[in-house]
Design a protein around this ligand. Structure first.
Ligand code: NDP
Length: 332
């Protein structure tokens, strides 16, 4: 089977030459293991961080080794109790056609309950990030006005809709194209949205949130964070979920230049890692699953076909070519 290796550490924006698709032998599953043929894999922003050789919350990808990440596939051989041929599993052996997974690290998923790619997006890791980041980390409460950046992406689109469903007074989103802004307003029910590429974020946010905001859910950092600090009310809260505007820069950005406002406004700013919020998983799956079935929560996916296009899908996601979760679907 084919698998993607990182062959050079990107400097700034990653290039296609930093990755290589290589043939690897398919091994028989050992005791407690199953062999899985992947059907869908995830490309996520955090993977950019794992391409750098720096100490972080996840270890760096090794050069000339397969990269890893979330994937859903079908068990084709099993030497593990509890996993049978034909089962569908969510696991971490993405970026390859065939994965050998241990029963401990694979979670069975049911295509009758939700379409398989949903386990990588709206009902998966990005979904839990949105749910926990808003409700737990930002201590969201009914009546809050919420601003979310990266609002047309996997996490952001769910943050905005959960806030609406939980009684936000106003939900504002920013995204990188007029078409994405239209989706936020027409499909996801945001009260206001703007294209951050069309003018200064602070000015556009002021227009969209004339009475200020209580919560800022940050997926972007930089100019967006500075604008939000300026617009937050006293005792406002910030969930620092991601700073994608900085993942490919070689110079640290100047913004936020107004950080001292955190004092006078008594703001609370808290970073998060989704892995700390596993305890919410059951509640998240039940509540968000229910909203999807009732047609109250909408989602999109951008699906790129073919394992050979996985690196391009990752690069495209960094450039904003996705609306909703970016997924790679493998050929049958
Ligand atoms: P998305 O589906 O949102 O895809 C990434 C999006 O980022 C692109 O579509 C693009 O949309 C936007 N983007 C890229 N560059 C910039 C830029 N310079 N300024 C503003 N927007 C930009 O990805 P996810 O939903 O998976 O992730 C969203 C954020 O959440 C990321 O920052 C990620 O790192 C973080 N995250 C954090 C987790 C945690 O545990 N802390 C867990 C999961 C995700 P556009 O066209 O709008 O520019």
């Amino acid at each position: 089977g084919r698998e993607w290796h990182l062959v050079a550490r990107p400097q700034g924006w990653p290039k296609p030459e930093d990755f290589a698709l290589r043939e690897a032998p398919i091994s028989e599953p050992g005791p407690g293991q199953a062999l899985v043929r992947n059907l869908y894999m995830s490309v996520d922003p955090y993977m950019r961080g794992r391409m750098n050789d720096v100490k972080s919350y996840t270890p760096p990808f090794q050069l000339d080794q397969p990269m890893e990440g979330g994937a859903v596939g079908k068990v084709i051989a099993s030497n593990a109790e509890g996993l049978s041929v034909g089962d569908h599993v969510l696991h971490f052996g993405g970026w390859r056609e065939y994965a050998t997974v241990s029963a401990k690290s694979a979670v069975k998923v049911d295509p009758e309950v939700a379409p398989l790619p949903a386990y990588l997006g709206v009902l998966g890791m990005p979904g839990l990030t949105a749910y926990a980041g808003l409700l737990e980390v930002a201590s969201f409460k009914e009546g809050d006005a919420v601003f979310v950046s990266g609002a047309a992406g996997a996490v952001g689109s769910e943050v905005g809709q959960i806030a609406k469903l939980k009684g936000a007074s106003r939900v504002i989103g920013s995204a990188g194209s007029d078409e994405k802004v239209r989706v936020l307003l027409d499909e996801y029910g945001f009260d206001a949205a703007f294209n951050y590429k069309k003018g200064p974020v602070a000015e556009q946010l002021k227009e969209a949130a004339p009475d200020g905001i209580d919560v800022y859910f940050d997926n972007v950092g930089g100019e967006h964070l500075e604008a939000a600090i300026g617009r937050l009310k006293v005792h406002g809260r910030i969930t620092v979920c991601g700073m994608i505007s900085q993942y490919n820069v070689t110079e640290p950005p100047a913004a936020p230049r107004n950080l001292a406002m955190v004092i006078g406004k008594r703001l609370r700013m808290q970073g998060m890692l989704v892995g700390d919020h596993q305890a919410l998983q059951g509640q998240f799956f039940e509540e968000v699953g229910g909203w999807i079935r009732e047609g109250k929560l909408h989602y999109r996916e951008t699906v790129i076909k073919g394992v050979e296009n996985a690196a391009d899908a990752f690069l495209g996601m960094l450039r904003g070519e996705n609306t909703g979760k970016m997924i790679v679907a493998f050929e049958d």
